[in-house]
Design a protein around this ligand. Structure first.
Ligand SMILES: NC(=O)C1=CN([C@@H]2O[C@H](COP(=O)(O)OP(=O)(O)OC[C@H]3O[C@@H](n4cnc5c(N)ncnc54)[C@H](O)[C@@H]3O)[C@@H](O)[C@H]2O)C=CC1
Ligand SMILES: O=c1[nH]c(=O)c2[nH+]cn([C@@H]3O[C@H](COP(=O)(O)O)[C@@H](O)[C@H]3O)c2[nH]1
Ligand SMILES: [K+]
Length: 473
């Protein structure tokens, strides 16, 4: 389909200059422990969107996650299964159970970047003939019998070496013999280009990170140093002096070079406040998230559609007055794929999703089997589980005594790439129905109408006996 889902992530003088940071799809992942870790960030950037790495962790941990996303090289894997030469067959088997990987690098210090001594793969041992206390050095394929390549070898050449030598994995070593990466034969298919992938000028994946309105003077420099592309202040309350102070501090120290979104707001005044404070984008949504109980606990918030429609008007008004287009993001509450299309039609430039992404393989949480179904864990940033990492307080040392989010399970949904591609196929298809080949065109052409509850029932399958539900006795 010739439909473009390109959309601006940060403000720009529309009509006069290119947006300095655009996405290829209108999706970002929520600033949450249970959603946006480095794996999800890489998987989403491959599809053309951006993750905001969660800020509810130490500055060092967050900066390290950003650094690892920026350092990621497609097809080059940092080995997660490594053992020292003293290790035994028993250790190999234990490690295999833990990582699920059957290729183990034997390095002098047992780390991913130690001096490479050999490789153990399944074909190197026979459990029926060997005891668990046998040393790996007795049965590994030693370095002098291994095919390796210099760390600077291109992925294309690595794949040729793998095919020519009929091997399953190729270790890449630096000049001192330290292991740098592994390239695996089975990953070959995923090495092919992703047409939508979102890269910076150095061909690294684009990644965002969440910040707060307290430790920004330390956190922002660490994230910038790690190579972050865009920041976002993570809070339920954007219409606040704390946020303008945070943006002021960033402008004072970095000018416009460091991009920072702010939020959340739910009305015109909130948007105008943040736009004037200098936010690069503005995030909308209080209380609508699937794990949010803010409206129930505090009685604040607003219906998501009402909020998006009002803020979109304010954005257009601000653009008319100043020539600056400040993109807006609808955050939370997306359940059906078509809700994304609706949010865009109502004027959002992109959407932020938590529950949606938490369901995929790449989210950082455990996959469990509950009641015969696979699920993944998903918890709110305002839940005790998330807050326990520490920062939560009300100005002083006193801990908040009530939760604003829940801890939950969501149905497991497989790999992110498949999920996102299916979702966006539907979005594009609806855009075609509306005669729109781009998001701005959708915003202009889509006709929104209020529906009754009867109409919603009518819209689903009804008054038929679904074959799936017929019990065969
Ligand atoms: N979108 C939503 O509806 C909601 C989202 N959340 C999520 O929960 C997490 C926590 O959100 P919030 O509770 O809004 O966090 P927050 O850190 O923005 O605010 C917590 C409290 O600290 C105060 N505060 C902020 N900066 C301060 C400073 N520099 N000095 C002193 N006091 C300061 C605030 O006024 C507020 O009372 C975020 O991840 C947020 O996205 C939580 C509730 C609702
Ligand atoms: O009231 C809340 N308590 C929480 O604990 C909480 N954690 C996240 N969020 C917000 O929910 C958004 C994700 O929503 P979805 O799961 O519906 O995509 C996120 O992007 C946040 O805006 C919270 N809101
Ligand atoms: K809710």
């Amino acid at each position: 389909m010739a439909v473009s889902l390109k959309t601006p992530l940060v403000k720009y003088r529309k009509g006069e200059e290119e947006c300095p940071l655009e996405m290829n799809i209108p999706m970002v992942s929520a600033i949450m422990q249970s959603v946006s870790g480095e794996k999800l960030a890489i998987a989403l950037a491959k599809q053309g969107g951006v993750s905001f790495i969660y800020g509810s962790q130490t500055i060092e941990q967050e900066a390290d996650m950003v650094r690892r996303v920026k350092a990621y090289k497609k097809g080059f894997v940092t080995s997660d299964s490594n053992l020292p030469p003293e290790a035994t067959l028993g250790d190999v088997l234990d490690l295999k159970t833990r990582t699920g990987h059957s290729t183990v690098a034997i390095t002098d210090d047992g780390t991913a970047h130690g001096k490479l001594l050999g490789i153990v793969a399944s074909r190197d041992y026979r459990l029926s003939r060997m005891t668990h206390d046998l040393k790996v050095t007795e049965f590994m394929t030693p370095l002098d019998k291994l095919v390796t390549a210099p760390a600077t070898t291109s992925l294309h050449d690595c794949n040729d070496i793998i095919w020519d030598n009929k091997i399953n994995s190729l270790p890449l070593v630096d000049e001192e013999g330290h292991l740098q990466y592994m390239v695996f034969r089975k990953d070959y298919d995923s090495h092919k280009e992703n047409v939508n992938e979102l890269l910076d000028a150095n061909k690294s994946y684009v990644v965002g990170a969440g910040i707060n309105t307290r430790d920004y003077a330390e956190r922002v420099p660490a994230l910038v140093e790690a190579g972050v592309d865009v920041l976002c202040i993570d809070s339920s309350e954007g219409f606040s002096e704390w946020q303008s102070r945070t943006i002021d501090w960033i402008r004072e120290h970095y000018g416009d070079k460091v991009k920072v979104g702010a939020g959340n707001v739910v009305d015109r005044d909130g948007f105008m406040f943040l736009a004037k404070a200098g936010a690069d984008f503005v995030k909308i949504g209080i209380g609508g998230g699937s794990i949010c109980i803010t409206r129930e606990t505090k009685g604040i918030g607003r219906g998501q559609a009402t909020a998006v429609i009002e803020v979109a008007k304010a954005r257009d008004e601000y653009y008319k007055e100043t020539g600056i287009y400040v993109p807006i993001c609808s955050d939370g509450g997306i359940v059906q794929d078509y809700h994304i299309t609706l949010a865009l039609a109502m004027g959002a430039d992109f959407v932020m999703l938590g529950r949606y992404f938490a369901r995929f393989d790449e989210s950082p949480t455990n996959k469990l089997r509950v009641g015969g179904n696979y699920v993944k864990e998903y918890w709110g940033e305002g839940s005790n589980r998330a807050r326990n990492w520490q920062r939560y307080d009300l100005g002083g040392a006193q801990k908040l005594s009530f939760e604003e989010g829940v801890d939950s399970y969501v149905p497991y949904a497989g790999p992110l790439a498949d999920g996102v591609q299916t979702t966006l196929y539907k979005v594009r298809s609806t855009m075609c129905n509306c005669g729109a080949l781009s998001i701005p065109e959708l915003q202009e052409k889509a006709r929104l109408t209020v529906v009754s509850s009867t109409s919603i029932v009518e819209g689903g399958s009804h008054d038929v006996i679904l074959k799936n539900n017929v019990q065969n006795s």
